[in-house]
Design a protein around this ligand. Structure first.
Ligand SMILES: [Zn+2]
Length: 232
């Protein structure tokens, strides 16, 4: 009985979405946005004064779920530090081509020293790539575990990272025969301006009838080309 009730609760909590993503990541809007302040978990918001605090509840539920699960397995992890999300009604925001329909969020990479930046600092503080390679403080194992967990959920379209980050993971895992390893590499997309954070992008939820889908990346690791992708 208890199991049936929890399953029913899970189905309800995941399917009753109040928000809607409209249009495309780089040309869209957001209806009935949720605020990051409606949630609390093992994360903290940077750049609050920019007011990019909003997204679909779908994205925040996703963030809450994977972060709780990750922390349960890796309790010695610093809080996830969140950069820009979306404006209250979505649409164009400065510094970003996308983040327009409530499905994109920037998150700082996980660190070896676990020392998050001061939440009041107005810019990204730490660069995790120098001279084309990841720094010593970029936690290769933990970031990989995190990306695998995120990708394993099936809702993620792309995770944009610096080319050096993708390269580091290609070096380790491109000859793996594990399906999740290869799917994770496939979803990691090299992009400019991601030396400090990764950018998580969810697919359109099936209930978002006006959300414009993005074609999936080619069904391979992408390690042979390492082509820079645009966020548009
Ligand atoms: Zn971004």
């Amino acid at each position: 009985m208890k199991i049936i009730i929890s399953i029913a609760f899970l189905l309800l909590s995941h399917n009753l979405l109040a928000s809607e993503a409209i249009g495309f990541y780089s040309n869209g809007t957001l209806v009935n946005a949720a605020s990051i302040d409606d949630y609390s978990g093992h994360y903290e918001k940077l750049f609050r004064s920019r007011k990019r605090l909003y997204a679909t509840d779908y994205l925040f539920n996703f963030l809450f779920d994977f972060s709780e699960e990750f922390i349960a397995d890796h309790p010695d992890t610093e809080k996830f530090q969140l950069g820009d999300i979306s404006a209250l009604n979505g649409g164009k925001i400065s510094r970003h081509a996308s983040h327009q329909n409530g499905l994109d969020i920037d998150i700082v990479y996980l660190r070896v020293n676990k020392r998050g930046q001061d939440v009041d600092y107005p810019e990204w503080k730490e660069y995790f790539v120098k001279n084309g390679v990841v720094t010593k403080n970029f936690d290769l194992t933990k970031n990989w575990e995190l990306f695998k967990l995120i990708v394993s959920k099936g809702d993620v379209g792309r995770i944009f990272v610096d080319k050096a980050v993708k390269k580091a993971f290609c070096n380790e895992y491109s000859s793996s025969r594990n399906r999740l390893d290869l799917e994770t590499l496939r979803r990691l997309r090299p992009a400019k301006y991601h030396l400090t954070h990764f950018h998580l992008r969810l697919k359109c939820h099936s209930s978002f009838k006006r959300c414009q889908k993005q074609a999936d990346p080619a069904n391979n690791s992408g390690c042979n080309e390492l082509l820079i992708e645009s966020l548009e």
